[in-house]
Design a protein around this ligand. Structure first.
Ligand code: PMV
Length: 355
């Protein structure tokens, strides 16, 4: 019987605490600033991808959640697949004449998200990371996660960070080739297992302005973005990396919330302006601010840090001991009642199942 060349890999969602917003090279996806994220390791926020190479296949094909997805020539998806085939050829087949020429076979790829794709959760990050991880396994590549991150980056910038668990930086790099624009691990998950994330799905509508077009508009028009790139992000990257290494939640929380605020200020500073948060998002900010104010007044330090991506959904980082209280607080103020309240559609997180 002929050998079956097939591999399955999965990758989780990551949520940035220092936001990536702006490309200096749109084809290679090179960012205008470095960024840093936490990879969510919960089982229910993952993409799982199976890929198969076979000489009988006549074209590369992709199924996303069971539906055929077009692989347009020149698209980011096509680039990622081509780059993975190139790595297979250069690092395996050119070195070992007996290695099967998998780089010449077409691939069939099936990918599933175990969370709503349109929910404004970073499905492209986990999706491209899982795609690259599954092809790396199929092709038996001797490549490190940082090397693979160079390819995932060309699918969706933030995807490069999902190749690591735990606390991950995407270093913007300086080379025009993009060879040094890659993900590196700041600390593994085990370093700070008390860190948890609670996701409050405020709306599962598809976002109004895609990250690609929004970023382009911001780069073209926002003076605040230039200030952020030159004078804010470099210091924050260093300070939050130190805070993670020292397990200093106060500093982590202050920087995380400040960076989310500045990202949304930069979106507002864009011409025409972009609004990603809605009234519920802002009400959740007010709730967390008040919750922290009370904790600070009692000398307890910060208890929660909110952050928002290019959409209205809140991600709340907190230490495990406070997660349940926060989840109860959010559900008390934004109850989920079928047909009555659509504000908070769901809470995802380790503690959410207990409330
Ligand atoms: O990788 P993209 O194109 O989906 O952009 C992601 C941008 C943000 O989620 C807003 C920030 C980030 O660093 O993940």
């Amino acid at each position: 019987m002929a050998t079956v060349y097939e591999a399955t890999a999965s990758a989780p969602v990551n949520i940035a605490v220092i936001k990536y917003w702006g490309k200096r090279d749109t084809k290679l996806i090179l960012p205008t600033n470095s960024s840093l994220s936490v990879t969510l390791d919960q089982d229910h926020l993952r993409s799982t991808t199976t890929s198969r190479a076979d000489p009988s296949f006549t074209e590369d094909r992709l199924w996303l959640n069971g539906k055929v997805d077009e692989i347009t020539p020149g698209s980011r998806l096509a680039t990622c697949i081509a780059e993975m085939k190139r790595l297979r050829k250069e690092t395996v087949e050119d070195k070992d004449p007996n290695a099967p020429k998998l780089s010449t076979y077409k691939v069939h790829i099936a990918s599933y998200n175990n969370f709503p794709t349109a929910a404004g959760l970073a499905s492209s990050a986990s999706g491209f990371a899982a795609l690259v991880a599954s092809l790396a396994q199929l092709y038996a590549l001797p490549a490190s996660p940082s090397t693979l991150s160079l390819i995932a980056r060309q699918g969706s910038g933030s995807a490069c960070r999902s190749l690591f668990g735990g606390f991950v930086a995407w270093e913007m790099g300086a080379l025009p080739s993009g060879e040094d624009s890659l993900a590196v691990e700041i600390a593994p998950r085990e370093h700070w297992p008390q860190m948890h994330a609670l996701i409050c799905v405020v709306s599962d509508d598809k976002k109004g302005t895609s990250s690609t077009s929004g970023m382009q508009r911001t780069v073209d028009t926002s003076p605040l973005l230039q200030h952020r790139i030159a004078h804010v992000v470099p210091q924050r990257m260093a300070a939050i990396s130190d805070a993670i290494r020292a397990r200093d939640f106060d500093t982590f929380a202050r920087i995380t919330m400040a960076d989310s605020n500045q990202f949304h200020a930069v979106a507002l500073d864009t011409e025409p302006p972009i609004f990603y948060m809605n009234d519920v998002s802002r009400a959740i900010i007010a709730l967390i601010v008040e919750y922290n104010r009370l904790a600070l007044a009692q000398g307890k330090g910060y208890k929660a840090a909110y952050t928002y991506d290019a959409g209205p959904n809140a991600v709340i980082y907190a230490l495990e001991e406070n997660i349940k209280e926060i989840a109860q607080l959010v559900t008390a103020y934004f109850p989920q009642r079928a047909g009555e309240f659509k504000d908070v559609l769901g809470l995802y997180g380790d503690a959410a199942k207990d409330i």
